[in-house]
Design a protein around this ligand. Structure first.
Ligand SMILES: O=c1ccn([C@@H]2O[C@H](COP(=O)(O)O)[C@@H](O)[C@H]2O)c(=O)[nH]1
Length: 273
């Protein structure tokens, strides 16, 4: 999917919501455990209830890898379901990969060619040659951790290294990498006060922003400095939507929670017109 197609979808749906598909078998309605593939059945219902309100879906691969081969199969079925039934949505494999070049190339192949995700998250710690194999895939997007939502972000990312915070160096340096137009960045919603500085460095890039809802981040705070002319934001909520109810009505309630966020996004978009 091109960035322009994503932007068009945002204006059409009046939403820049990304629904996180972080499926924990201990949290889903018990009746689903009797089905052949509880994770996929859960995802299908969540997707069907929210697809008109969301422009992106983000399964975090940890939640699938934790269940071994069966979990990976559920991930495969989920992306196939999205690509077949809702081809307009942007799909993100939240896998946080990155390794020496030839290994990164295999990760990229796995997520872009085999699973056919539109994008994958990567960690920048191993540098340029660990990320460029992902960027080489045209029509795909590589979403690099910049300033994460967790407390540990202050351990390294905000540290001053030779006169500049590390996350700023990551943003600046990555702009010079080959095919850097395929880069997007992760910035936690809990770090909204850093967004003005971040937008000074990468005014045009899309940001994936997790941390709204369960982690306490706030949509309005993120939009204040995070939004750009193309909107440039995908705001993720996982637990706040998918586990809003653990009853038989879980999909309906997930739809209601997604609607609450979409309506706030619609107001922000209308004010921007
Ligand atoms: O900085 C980051 C990077 C990734 N995440 C991931 O996003 C979701 C957030 O889930 P919630 O339930 O909405 O808190 C999850 O998959 C994280 O691993 C993040 O939170 N922060």
């Amino acid at each position: 999917m091109t960035t322009q197609e994503l932007v068009d979808q945002i204006w059409k749906k009046k939403s820049f919501l990304c629904v996180g598909l972080d499926v924990d078998l201990n949290k889903i309605p018990k009746y689903l455990l009797d089905t052949e593939d509880p994770i996929f059945e859960f995802n299908k219902k969540i997707i069907d209830a929210t697809h008109h309100l969301a422009v992106a879906y983000k399964p975090n691969t940890a939640f699938y890898e934790a269940y071994g081969l069966k979990g990976w199969k559920s991930l495969e079925k989920t992306i196939e379901y999205l690509n077949t039934n809702y081809p307009e949505v942007f799909t993100i494999a939240d896998a946080k990969r990155g390794d020496i070049g030839n290994t990164s190339a295999m990760y990229a192949k796995a997520f872009f060619e085999d699973l056919e995700f539109d994008s994958v998250t990567v960690a920048p710690y191993m540098g340029k040659d660990s990320i460029e194999p992902f960027l080489a895939f045209q029509g795909k997007h590589t979403i690099m951790l910049a300033l994460t939502s967790n407390q540990g972000a202050f351990d390294f990312q905000t540290k001053n290294v030779e006169g500049r915070e590390l996350y700023k160096q990551v943003l600046e340096t990555s702009k010079g990498w080959q095919n850097s137009e395929n880069l997007m960045y992760v910035v936690g919603a809990t770090k909204a006060e850093f967004l003005a500085d971040i937008r000074n460095i990468i005014p045009d890039s899309f940001l994936l922003v997790p941390g709204v809802g369960a982690q306490g981040g706030n949509l309005q705070d993120v939009c204040k400095y995070g939004i750009n002319d193309q909107i440039g934001l995908l705001i993720n909520s996982s637990r706040g939507i998918i586990y809003a109810s653990d009853g038989l009505d879980f999909d309906t309630v997930a739809g209601e929670k997604a609607k609450e966020l979409q309506q706030q996004m619609q107001e922000i978009l209308e004010a921007k017109k």
